[in-house]
Design a protein around this ligand. Structure first.
Ligand SMILES: Cc1cc2nc3c(=O)[nH]c(=O)nc-3n(C[C@H](O)[C@H](O)[C@H](O)COP(=O)(O)OP(=O)(O)OC[C@H]3O[C@@H](n4cnc5c(N)ncnc54)[C@H](O)[C@@H]3O)c2cc1C
Length: 347
């Protein structure tokens, strides 16, 4: 049996690693020229690694933690201030407010992409093929033909991409059941329209008896901002989200808006950053896919229709959004990969 995996995000790469352990041949076809999908850490010399995608997890994310432990990847607690800046509206200045104590969240040491790179290192160089945007899947008995730049043949295919993407961008021959397609098209892809920002600093102006580095704002453009210094506490950064509506501004306009707000809340020292990074995910075509109707966050995520296999066990549905628990999150992606490989091993 041989398998084609579509997508080299967390779910696709982990599926590859698990299949490799079982001795089942596979290829991963990836549309982008990089691995990781919605996980993308920006690394720059002498600067804290900063996350443009997935960042935090909690103790409840047991599938993810299990994988990190298996791969011997360390993680650490996100530093949170007891007192944070809070902007209630555009007309009032930021207030310092106490936050209720809450369960800690964690980050992966060295950046979330450390997990992606660790999985990639478990694979052979030819297992992942880049710039392969899959647009057609033909299934005839036990033969699957997956068309991207060229045609790849195998005995089964795993869709390790968000359901809305395969429902809209891939032609299936024969057609997939109408109820499955209807739900897939209306399945929200977690964070697909968010905008992440990160600023690095030579020295922190927050923490250690100084002002907090945490900001929550109802007025924006920054809606949430957190300390993002590295695990060792030797390189400094702030990282968070800005309002999705800013996607229509230019890069320079967004950056200026961010700087103005930082200066207003933290003072002029916040403008002494050494780099500004951002990712407008709604401009990432292999993540964002427009939908005719409004989808609420996590809509149809984990729908039981995704847990079935189709066309005589030749087509399997993966990606974080297909997981029944913590769907949309990294934990869901790990769950999906584990579940599908278990299922394949029983066939
Ligand atoms: C800004 C942001 C913040 C987030 N924060 C968190 C967080 O703090 N904690 C958390 O747990 N999760 C977070 N997430 C969600 C987390 O990133 C995802 O749950 C997880 O990475 C999904 O992995 P995946 O493999 O299922 O999908 P993806 O990462 O989307 O991977 C799918 C892959 O398929 C590729 N692809 C798409 N279409 C095709 C095609 N036609 N042919 C071939 N390849 C294709 C894509 O390029 C991509 O590499 C965040 C996501 C974003 C965007």
């Amino acid at each position: 049996m041989s398998i084609t995996i579509i997508g080299a995000g967390l779910s696709g790469l982990l599926t590859g690693y698990l299949l490799k352990k079982e001795g089942i041949p596979f290829k991963i076809l990836e549309a982008r020229n990089r691995v990781g999908g919605r996980i993308n850490t920006v690394y720059a010399t002498n600067k804290a690694p900063v996350e443009m995608g997935a960042t935090w997890f909690t103790r409840q994310h047991k599938q993810l933690i299990g994988l990190l432990e298996e791969l011997e990847i360390e993680y650490f607690e996100q530093r949170m201030d007891n007192t944070v800046f809070y902007e209630t509206s555009t007309v009032s200045p930021a207030q310092l407010v106490q936050t209720p104590s809450q369960a800690p969240s964690f980050r992966i040491s060295g950046g979330t992409s450390s997990l992606i790179h660790a999985l990639l290192h478990k694979l052979d160089a030819t297992d992942v093929l880049f710039n392969q945007s899959v647009n057609h899947i033909k299934i005839n008995k036990n033969t699957v033909e997956v068309r991207a730049g060229k045609t790849f043949k195998s005995n089964a295919v795993i869709l390790a991409i968000p359901p809305k993407l395969w429902a809209k961008n891939i032609v299936f021959d024969p057609f997939l059941p109408a109820d499955l397609m209807g739900i897939a098209i209306q399945t929200q892809t977690w964070m697909e329209d968010s905008i992440k920002i990160a600023l690095t600093y030579d020295q922190p102006f927050w923490g250690q008896g100084n002002l907090p580095g945490t900001l929550f704002s109802n007025s924006g453009p920054i809606t949430e901002l957190y300390d993002h210094s590295n695990h060792e506490g030797s390189k400094y950064a702030l990282c968070g989200f800005i309002a999705s509506s800013l996607k229509n501004l230019t890069y320079t306009e967004r950056r200026e808006n961010v700087i103005t707000q930082l200066k207003k809340v933290f003072g002029v020292r916040a403008t002494a950053f050494t780099s500004y990074e951002e990712c407008v995910w709604s401009k990432e075509k292999n993540t964002f896919e427009p939908c005719d109707t409004f989808l609420y966050p996590h809509q149809n995520n984990g729908n039981s229709i995704f847990s079935k296999s189709y066309l005589d066990n030749t087509l399997f549905i993966s990606s974080s959004e297909s997981a029944p628990e913590f769907s949309g999150y990294m934990d869901g992606a790990v769950y999906s990969a584990n579940r599908i490989v278990e299922k394949i091993m029983k066939i």
